[in-house]
Ligand binder design. Structure first.
Ligand code: DNO
Length: 347
């Protein structure tokens, strides 16, 4: 496995210099954040990002994410133009030496939580999700804004988009995803960029919007939509793991050859469709991190891996889920488990 750490670019309070000092982090996962969703990423902008990262002694390992325009997900408007742009971006990324791209196919909202700074008994704060609170939230009301959300919508634009989704069923979303893959994976194969879809977080419908990358059967269906090693997964233990019926280690064993990027984090299921983000340690949450990492190790996983969301600890202020300290502790924990697996497994 290749350990990486997410960096949100120049505006990230966490610096590349800090990231470089976390043991075993050799590369970062980043993106260009100021290009409107749907537009092609110019080669020189990609090279500028790569240079900045390399000047700090790190590699630009994965692009997380190249976002997918809503017209592609709804299957109308300018989807062909946006798909064409997506392919240009992949070609430019490949030319810059990037081999792995993460994306998602969640309508309108990326990862969603009901509270960003829920205080835990130890004084740290964590992201939590409570279904009843989310059900009461007005997606038009600006109640919450998360780092993964596209903040460029006007209220009217958002309203129109949500209305459009009223007529889009899960099956429509599957068809639109296939339409996208049929065009994009062909290019990914040609330029050797591994595409890695991120599961829906949380893995159920929110605000009445369809969500499909939610469980094992659906991931199997996804992989068959375009059967190619370039059509792969970002397996996120925390996103899928909030459903007790999702067995993450089993998914790793089942899909390993198609997992290009592993997001490792723990979550504590606190009720039906309710959860709290925990530190990475197994005993802090509902997932057995050793079992999950052992599954990757048993499969000979050599893709990219990163610690995922952390709590805010030691008084740190920063981007929800993406502070330095708790994620660095997560990285150290993953390193420790991996080293143990390396040294105790018969080759
Ligand atoms: C959340 C992240 C997601 C992820 C996207 C991938 O912390 O894992 O925002 O980057 O869903 O497109």
């Amino acid at each position: 496995m290749k350990m990486t750490f997410r960096w949100y670019g120049e505006s990230d309070p966490v610096t590349l210099e800090q990231i470089r000092q976390i043991p075993n982090i050799k590369g970062v996962v980043s993106a260009i954040y100021d290009i409107p969703v749907g537009e092609a990423w110019p080669y020189d902008r990609i090279m500028k990002l790569k240079q900045t990262v390399e000047d700090a002694g790190l590699a630009l390992s994965v692009i997380e994410s190249v976002p997918v325009h809503e017209d592609i997900k709804t299957g109308d408007g300018d989807r062909d133009r946006y798909i064409e742009n997506y392919c240009i971006t992949l070609r430019n990324l490949s030319k810059a030496g990037i081999d792995t791209v993460c994306y998602n196919f969640m309508p309108v909202f990326d990862w969603t939580r009901s509270e960003l700074d829920h205080r835990l008994p130890d004084g740290s704060t964590a992201l939590i999700y409570d279904e009843k609170t989310v059900a009461k939230m007005n997606p038009l009301g600006g109640d919450l804004s998360l780092p993964g959300w596209d903040a460029s919508y006007t209220k009217e634009g958002m309203k129109a988009l949500l209305e459009k989704y009223q007529t889009i069923t899960e099956e429509d979303l599957w068809n639109n995803l296939k339409y996208f893959l049929d065009r994009v994976i062909k290019v990914a194969e040609e330029v050797h960029v591994k595409m890695a879809i991120h599961p829906d977080d949380p893995p159920w419908s929110i605000f009445g919007l369809p969500r499909i990358i939610t469980k094992k059967e659906n991931i199997e269906r996804f992989l068959k939509l375009y059967d190619s090693p370039y059509n792969g997964l970002t397996l996120c233990s925390g996103s899928l793991g909030v459903l007790a019926s999702n067995d993450i280690a089993d998914m790793v064993y089942s899909f390993c050859s198609r997992i290009h990027f592993a997001h490792i984090r723990n979550v504590k299921i606190t009720g039906d469709k309710c959860f709290e983000e925990a530190g990475h340690l197994s005993s802090g949450g509902s997932l057995d991190m050793v079992k999950i990492l052992k599954a990757y190790h048993d499969c000979g996983f050599c893709g990219y891996i990163r610690p995922d969301h952390g709590r805010m600890i030691w008084g740190e202020k920063g981007r929800p889920g993406y502070g330095l300290y708790d994620r660095a502790l997560g990285a150290a924990y993953i390193n420790g488990i991996w080293e143990t697996l390396e040294k105790t497994t018969q080759k």
